[in-house]
Design a binder for this molecule. Structure first.
Ligand SMILES: Nc1ncnc2c1ncn2[C@@H]1O[C@H](COP(=O)(O)OP(=O)(O)OP(=O)(O)O)[C@@H](O)[C@H]1O
Ligand SMILES: [Mg+2]
Length: 574
């Protein structure tokens, strides 16, 4: 389609160049100033014929231009859409830790500005470049055949013009890059202001954030002024060169008309050709900066597309069929090592949970507990070793069935800005209200639901801001339970709930988790005591493992934790 579009461009432009020649014939015919023998006045019929011909081929040229624009626009928009979807699909597949290396604002600008830059170069860019090449080379070729002397005279100012445009283009490119970056920074800052609005208020940071925005806006203003100056200077220079060329045509053309070496018609045709060459040169600088920006944008897009360690389904997945309810899956961490940012955050950890069994994980903050459970849902892949769910390496599972099999309640609850009902149903879109209520009950959310005016119809603010921290956590728990997964993972999922409520929820949850494999990360002994086995992770290593009673007897980290928390409870009870 791109080629077809460009193919239309060639005849369209060639015709544009021919039209002035028809005028020349008309004018020369009228003034009888033709050169050479046998030149005569054209009859009015012949003049009319020329005019009709000019209109006709003008119409053909317009039709071809129209077709070219349609084809090029279509081709570039097709490309834009495909590129955006490819990029989006790839981003969704990248492991979550990759997102720690970049910012949302940066990704958004890749999805929008960078893609737009590439499209501009492909569509309008191609069109202008094609136009310029055909117009300039065509006009000069015609002049070469008609009057070489004039061509040379015209060539000099155009050469100067081309060089000037090229030099200015670099300044223009830099200025417009600065403008692009400025607007990117402003939108990132605005996004941050509004998503961090609570923090801003708590720390009285409004003034600070506003002065940051003021600084960015000033920078943006300066960048725009520089761009305007560069553009203005370039235009002024280009017009100056155009006027010089005009002067040359007038002088040389006039002289040769007087000397009867050429005609008024020649003069008219040269002037039109010169004007046709002028516009491509004016846009030259713009095109160069457009291509530069597109190249930079494409590089940034390719960076994402070429990021290899995407987490994706294998070509031939080897998953066990999802078992019916009650037939849980065993989990095994086999000598797992994970490195992040050049640091070993999990060091040769081996653990097993039998089907239907339960495992508690505790340990100091930052010791690697979250990572350990994220491996099961394949949010991270191990650098060494393997994680097996249902006896199959997670990397051999079909990714979506693995994640459907693993009900994951993350440490930081996230809810969409939607009805509470839809938030719960996110894990299972076909769930009924009754099933939703059941899951809410299991997660200890039913009292809150009764207290919330609209129950399941309550609208949740962005990222769940209209619910309390504990309500948010229990809503994410209910969401995971609603999917009825054979494996349930709670990553410190009840940390925001008071100890008493937590104990109540866990007691009910135990019935709910009956027959499923459960992994519970918690800092609270009360949440862990009833589980089959408990592991203590310290500094990415497994340091203690056993049942509650065994670990108490061992007298290590877990026993200390239990002692401290028991004392605290006793003090509180006083
Ligand atoms: N994207 C990342 N890049 C580099 N290091 C990371 C990344 N994510 C986590 N880490 C590091 O990995 C270690 C383990 O993190 P993890 O979230 O598993 O801790 P945790 O035991 O769950 O802590 P907490 O009890 O506070 O939730 C931490 O030291 C953390 O700094
Ligand atoms: Mg954690």
């Amino acid at each position: 389609m791109l080629l077809l579009g460009l193919a239309c461009l060639l005849p369209a432009k060639a015709i544009d160049l021919a039209i002035p020649y028809l005028f020349k014939l008309g004018i020369d015919g009228a003034t009888r100033e033709g050169i050479g023998p046998g030149h005569r006045h054209l009859t009015w019929r012949e003049e009319l014929g020329l005019a009709a011909l000019a209109i006709l081929i003008g119409a053909v040229s317009a039709a071809l231009s129209y077709a070219m624009r349609r084809l090029l626009v279509r081709a570039s928009r097709d490309f834009e859409r495909d590129l955006r979807l490819t990029l989006h699909a790839k981003l969704l597949k990248l492991p979550q830790h990759w997102f720690g290396t970049t910012t949302v604002g940066d990704l958004v600008s890749r999805m929008t500005q960078d893609i737009e830059a590439v499209r501009m170069a492909l569509g309008p860019g191609m069109m202008y470049v094609g136009n310029a090449i055909v117009a300039v080379s065509g006009a000069f070729a015609l002049m070469f055949f008609m009057d070489r002397r004039l061509m040379l005279w015209m060539g000099v100012p155009f050469l100067v013009l081309g060089l000037v445009a090229l030099l200015m283009a670099r300044r223009l490119g830099r200025a417009s890059d600065a403008v692009q970056q400025g607007i990117g920074k402003i939108s990132a800052c605005a996004a941050e202001s509004f998503s961090a609005i609570r923090i801003l208020k708590v720390f009285a940071g409004e003034e600070r954030q506003h002065s940051r925005m003021r600084g960015l806006s000033l920078d943006y203003f300066d960048a725009q002024m520089k761009l305007a100056a560069a553009r203005g200077g370039m235009m002024a220079l280009l017009y100056a060169v155009k006027d010089v060329s005009h002067f040359v045509i007038l002088l040389i053309g006039g002289m040769s008309i007087v000397a009867r070496r050429s005609t008024i018609g020649d003069f008219v045709v040269y002037r039109s050709w010169m004007l046709q060459c002028f516009w491509p040169l004016v846009t030259f600088g713009w095109i160069v900066s457009m291509v530069q920006r597109a190249a930079a944008g494409m590089r940034r897009i390719a960076d994402v597309l070429e990021t290899v360690p995407a987490i994706d389904s294998p070509a031939t997945p080897k998953a066990p069929a999802i078992p019916a309810r009650g037939k849980a899956l065993p989990i095994e961490w086999r000598d797992v090592t994970v490195r992040l940012g050049g640091r070993t955050v999990l060091d040769r950890v081996s653990l097993e949970v039998p089907a239907g069994g339960s495992l508690g994980i505790t340990g100091p903050t930052g010791s690697g507990k979250s990572l350990l459970v994220q491996l099961v849902a394949r949010l991270v892949d191990p650098d060494e070793g393997a994680v097996l769910v249902g006896g199959v390496d997670t990397r051999e599972w079909e990714l979506h069935s693995l994640r459907r099999a693993v009900g994951f309640v993350p440490q930081e609850p996230f809810l969409f800005s939607d009805l509470l009902r839809e938030n719960l149903r996110f894990a299972r879109p076909d769930a009924s209200d009754a099933q939703g209520m059941e899951a809410a009950r299991a997660a200890g959310l039913e009292l809150d639901l009764a207290a919330l005016a609209a129950g399941l119809d309550t609208r949740v603010g962005e990222r769940g801001v209209t619910l309390s921290g504990g309500q948010r956590q229990r809503a994410t728990l209910a969401r995971a339970l609603l999917a009825d997964p054979p494996v349930v993972i709670l990553d410190d999922a009840l940390s925001a709930v008071d100890a008493e409520t937590e104990a109540r929820i866990l007691a009910r949850l135990r019935a709910e988790l009956e027959g499923r494999t459960a992994v519970v990360v918690s800092h609270r002994v009360a949440a862990l005591a009833g589980l089959d086995r408990i592991v203590v992770i310290e500094d990415g290593r497994r340091v203690e493992i056993g049942s509650h009673a065994e670990l108490i007897r061992l007298g290590g980290h877990y026993a200390r934790l239990e002692h401290d928390q028991r004392l605290l409870a006793e003090i509180e009870a006083l």
